[in-house]
Design a protein around this ligand. Structure first.
Ligand SMILES: *[C@@H]1O[C@H](CO)[C@@H](O)[C@H](O)[C@H]1NC(C)=O
Ligand SMILES: *[C@@H]1O[C@H](CO)[C@@H](O)[C@H](O)[C@H]1NC(C)=O
Ligand SMILES: *[C@@H]1O[C@H](CO)[C@@H](O)[C@H](O)[C@H]1NC(C)=O
Ligand SMILES: *[C@@H]1O[C@H](CO)[C@@H](O)[C@H](O)[C@H]1NC(C)=O
Ligand SMILES: *[C@@H]1O[C@H](CO)[C@@H](O)[C@H](O)[C@H]1NC(C)=O
Ligand SMILES: *[C@@H]1O[C@H](CO)[C@@H](O)[C@H](O)[C@H]1NC(C)=O
Ligand SMILES: *[C@@H]1O[C@H](CO)[C@@H](O)[C@H](O)[C@H]1NC(C)=O
Ligand SMILES: *[C@@H]1O[C@H](CO)[C@@H](O)[C@H](O)[C@H]1NC(C)=O
Ligand SMILES: *[C@@H]1O[C@H](CO)[C@@H](O)[C@H](O)[C@H]1NC(C)=O
Ligand SMILES: *[C@@H]1O[C@H](CO)[C@@H](O)[C@H](O)[C@H]1NC(C)=O
Ligand SMILES: *[C@@H]1O[C@H](CO)[C@@H](O)[C@H](O)[C@H]1NC(C)=O
Ligand SMILES: CC(=O)N[C@H]1CO[C@H](CO)[C@@H](O)[C@@H]1O
Length: 805
């Protein structure tokens, strides 16, 4: 068995691989302003009116907000474990502050542990089977409490814990247990990566740039004849404590004199607005109205993020409050808590955690002075790389990667509607996509699937009787556009895509059914008017079926629409034609200005040279899926394939699909942060294009300041595939790795498109009940990401997917 240290070293390689010494990752000396407290003219300014008047740009040159790592990197490793603290130090801004929730043991030692009840993330019940009931803030609470055990007792127990964050920290999300282990944070790092640390351990072993002690239950410990006050005062003589926070006013007041003039700052922690502060018998909501009183014993406050940006019952942001400005006015620093990448964010952020941080530090006329996060790498990136970026910043940033929409901005609006496309333009996508479908009356229009059920409410409409099974298309019943006139389709109610509904992660519910579907002709004219859209991508599928069975030539319809809209040769916009079928692309051979894009619709690990040579005969670029670049095993990356360099060596551009912001679509290695994922694909795999449901995230990535730095900071460095897996495999070997799918000539070469049938042939007959049907081809849009990865990485599924081709 490897020791913890050896395991951890392996892990550190994960992110440190490309970066040597990283001493200079401090918030850079910037020209841009921060509106943190240090920027605000001070109380003692002799003429306050004069001072306030001087709110010129140059005065707002405050310190950057702090990143406070809650229990270290507790989004990945057990809270307050050494692995967690080390990772936080290695991957965050160089002035990161480590947060420790202090509990006292029977013998008066202060340990860092996130809960009052030890059973919440340990297996203590196996060692000491008897729990106790104690009064906590006047209410009886049952559990195992540190006050009953010595440090030695705990050292023996906690090392053997099984840590299941899902069951514990997220107990309020109890209904999600069905999908435990996928939704939850991974429990794969349990066991020997955890041992209980004292406050001194954290200070002396890690020598953090800042250490923050949070004291939640002074009153409780006093009842048990343990003095938090004595502990804090004595520990602060031995090690440097930068912040002490507590939700108890009396506790802070009891130590405020002793810390006056020292480097230790006291911070009042606010709990829920309606919770009662135990020592003053006031609610936190009423304390918030008495900031001058707080200023008498504290230098700052830490509030739940909703104090600043409240959300309504539907998880939409309301206008921000004045808490930060009010507190700054009386000279109190403001820290915001409860940031995590993998807890539902407000829908306004479209599952992009960086967008959320920016709202607190870089929007409007305030900035908080620090954020408390379970994923300290993400605020580090937000502060150092994404803040104060001007809207029209560098399109010519280092990353030239194209941003290609997927069904428009389908993360925010129903796919392929006018609104989804307009949003994609606003977001700054380079290329808008239109997957073309055909109506019965021969009108090409944009829609993400040949099955109307996948993005409209047709199944709930009077048209549901048009449901049929067409084995050439899919084995399950569908409602197909070539059975409808354009008039009928135009009036269908679109539905927003919801690929992760099994995880209860929905997209923008207020816009669930807005917008209308548009014809290819309208799409072309919309794009033509948008000077900042550099290209369009038209994808064509089922051409053979439509020609043979429905007498519809989709290729002719596309050529015709393009020519009518004036997209002939030598136009200013790039026209890309995409298909999984080479015979379709061949139809466009005589349009030398079009970029022909071949979509590989299986997961590959490699391709034969002869096959790539074939592809080059009919295509200029290739679309592959994410797993063909970074294969994974149970959502842990295993390696980086040679697919991109190989295709590049044949002068083929490589675009990758499908990027989605919801963290369940990403490998663990990316820390539940969509920017981390994009970064690895761009910087390490060197892909040429990102196909995404959320173009705004990819565009923001491309503008980020850190890409232009000479020494890319570690938090903006690509991850090292395989290293996280190694940390686990030492303890818990996942199933064997899948076989090695290879792209072969037979996957690529196709017979020419059939000619158009004379008379329309009706849809295929419905299969009799009970007859076995081929597996449904779910649209990628409807695959829960990780579930799909896990499934595909079982050998049986891979075999099945290969046999389909
Ligand atoms: C910013 O950096 C420049 C040189 O890098 C230095 O001359 C200047 O004093 C710095 N300004 C501040 C406010 O630190
Ligand atoms: C700790 O666990 C108990 C149940 O064992 C639960 O009621 C409580 O909410 C948990 N506390 C926290 C802070 O998660
Ligand atoms: C706190 O308030 C409650 C009711 O609001 C009251 O019953 C109680 O006596 C108060 N306690 C103290 C210590 O003031
Ligand atoms: C602020 O709190 C102090 C102490 O509880 C109290 O004496 C004072 O009246 C409060 N002021 C306001 C405006 O509520
Ligand atoms: C959040 O989104 C909702 C719905 O789109 C919108 O009404 C609201 O104004 C947004 N909130 C903020 C603060 O932008
Ligand atoms: C900050 O902006 C809000 C509106 O967003 C405004 O009401 C307020 O007056 C501003 N405060 C200052 C100090 O500029
Ligand atoms: C943004 O673009 C406008 C015009 O395109 C220009 O006038 C302005 O200076 C630019 N702003 C920045 C910060 O580059
Ligand atoms: C793109 O252009 C449209 C109109 O031409 C404009 O509304 C939109 O703001 C622009 N988007 C960006 C990101 O520049
Ligand atoms: C494009 O611009 C032309 C002329 O400016 C206008 O007539 C047309 O309606 C616009 N089309 C769209 C889809 O906005
Ligand atoms: C495939 O082509 C690359 C260069 O493009 C070459 O280095 C490699 O040896 C070739 N592989 C085989 C098996 O021929
Ligand atoms: C590709 O198109 C040809 C007709 O040109 C058809 O025979 C073949 O089945 C199609 N391949 C796939 C995978 O759809
Ligand atoms: C309008 C139209 O084409 N309707 C056809 C759709 O498919 C059903 C079932 O095959 C036919 O009965 C309809 O005539």
């Amino acid at each position: 068995m490897l020791t913890f240290r050896a395991l951890f070293l392996l892990f550190v390689l994960h992110i440190a691989a490309l970066v040597v010494a990283q001493s200079s990752s401090a918030p850079k000396n910037r020209t841009s302003p921060w509106q943190t407290l240090s920027a605000i003219p001070k109380e003692n300014c002799w003429r306050r009116i004069f001072c306030r008047g001087l709110t010129f740009w140059f005065l707002f040159a405050g310190n950057a907000p702090l990143v406070i790592a809650k229990g270290g990197f507790s989004g990945l490793f057990p809270d307050s474990s050494s692995a967690s603290y080390s990772l936080a130090l290695k991957t965050s801004l160089s002035n990161v502050v480590l947060w420790c929730d202090v509990q006292l043991t029977k013998d008066g030692a202060g340990i860092c542990f996130p809960y009052l009840q030890l059973e919440n993330s340990t297996d203590i019940s196996n060692f000491f089977p008897k729990d106790k009931v104690y009064l906590v803030n006047g209410k009886p609470v049952k559990g195992w409490f540190s006050v009953d055990y010595t440090l030695d007792d705990l050292a023996n127990i906690v090392r053997n814990l099984r840590y299941d964050l899902f069951e514990n920290t997220y107990s309020s999300f109890a209904t999600w247990t069905v999908i435990q282990g996928i939704y939850s944070r991974t429990s794969k790092f349990d066991g020997n990566l955890f041992n209980v640390l004292t406050v001194e351990d954290v200070a002396l072993q890690f020598k953090p740039p800042g250490l923050w002690l949070n004291i939640e239950h002074d009153a409780f410990f006093s009842q048990h004849k343990l003095s938090m006050r004595n502990f804090v005062l004595s520990v602060s003589r031995r090690v440097i404590i930068n912040y002490v926070s507590s939700p108890e006013v009396a506790f802070l007041r009891s130590i405020t004199k002793r810390f006056k003039g020292s480097r230790t700052k006291l911070v009042l922690r606010f709990l829920g607005l309606d919770d009662t502060e135990p020592s003053s018998n006031q609610t936190y909501g009423s304390l918030l109205k008495n900031l001058t009183f707080i200023k008498t014993f504290a230098s700052g406050i830490i509030v739940p993020k909703t104090y600043i940006w409240p959300v309504d019952a539907d998880l939409y942001l309301q206008p921000h409050t004045s808490v930060v400005l009010d507190a700054h006015r009386v000279g109190l620093e403001v820290f915001a808590s409860d940031f995590a990448n993998d807890i539902s964010l407000s829908y306004n952020y479209s599952y992009d955690p960086i967008a959320e941080y920016l709202n607190f530090i870089d929007k409007g006329n305030f900035s908080v002075d620090g954020v408390l996060s379970d994923f300290p790498i993400t605020p580090s990136v937000a502060i150092d790389c994404f803040s104060h970026i001007s809207n029209n910043a560098s399109r010519e940033a280092k990353a030239k990667t194209l941003v290609i929409s997927h069904n428009g901005a389908s993360g925010m609006y129903p796919g392929c509607t006018d609104l989804a496309y307009k949003q994609a333009v606003l977001d700054g996508a380079d290329v808008l996509d239109c997957p073309v479908q055909m109506t019965k009356d021969g009108i090409p229009f944009c829609f993400g699937s040949i099955n109307l059920i996948d993005g409209t409410t047709v199944a709930q409409s009077g048209f549901s009787t048009r449901s049929i099974i067409i084995p050439e298309i899919q084995g399950t019943p569908g409602i197909f556009p070539f059975n409808f006139t354009w008039e009928e389709i135009h009036n269908l109610l679109p539905a927003i895509s919801s690929p992760f509904r099994d995880y209860r992660l929905y997209r923008n519910p207020v816009s669930k059914h807005v917008g209308t579907l548009i014809t290819l002709a309208d799409f072309l004219s919309l794009c033509k008017n948008m000077s900042n859209v550099s290209g369009i991508l038209i994808s064509i599928e089922n051409a053979a079926y439509l020609a043979e069975k429905q007498s519809l030539s989709i290729t002719n319809a596309v050529l015709d629409a393009l020519s009518k809209a004036g997209y002939n040769n030598h136009m200013t916009k790039k026209v890309m034609i995409q298909s999984t079928n080479s015979s379709v692309l061949t139809k466009f051979k005589d349009k030398p200005d079009y970029e022909l894009v071949y979509e590989v619709d299986e997961t590959i690990r490699d391709a034969l040279n002869s096959t790539i040579d074939d592809i080059r005969k009919f295509a200029n670029s290739v679309v592959v899926n994410k797993a063909s670049i970074f294969p994974d095993n149970q959502a842990f990356l295993t390696s980086l394939t040679d697919v991109v360099p190989k295709l590049h060596s044949y002068n083929l551009r490589v675009y990758v699909q499908l990027f989605q912001n919801e963290f369940v679509s990403q490998a663990w290695d990316f820390f539940s942060d969509p920017i981390m994922e994009i970064n690895s694909f761009v910087m390490q795999a060197k892909i040429d294009g990102i196909i995404t449901d959320f173009p705004s995230t990819a565009v923001a990535y491309r503008k980020n300041r850190c890409l232009n730095m000479v020494d890319i900071p570690i938090y903006m460095s690509p991850v090292q595939p395989g290293s996280l897996l190694q940390v686990i495999t030492a303890q818990e070997l996942p199933p064997a790795v899948a076989p090695f799918p290879l792209l072969k000539d037979s996957d690529v070469i196709e017979p020419p498109l059939p000619s158009i049938s004379k008379a329309p042939i009706g849809p295929a007959q419905i299969l009799p009940n009970g007859q076995s049907v081929p597996p449904a081809s779910t649209s990628p849009n409807d695959q829960p990401g990780i579930a799909a990865c896990v499934l595909l990485s079982t050998p049986a599924m891979l075999l099945a997917s290969l046999l389909l081709f």
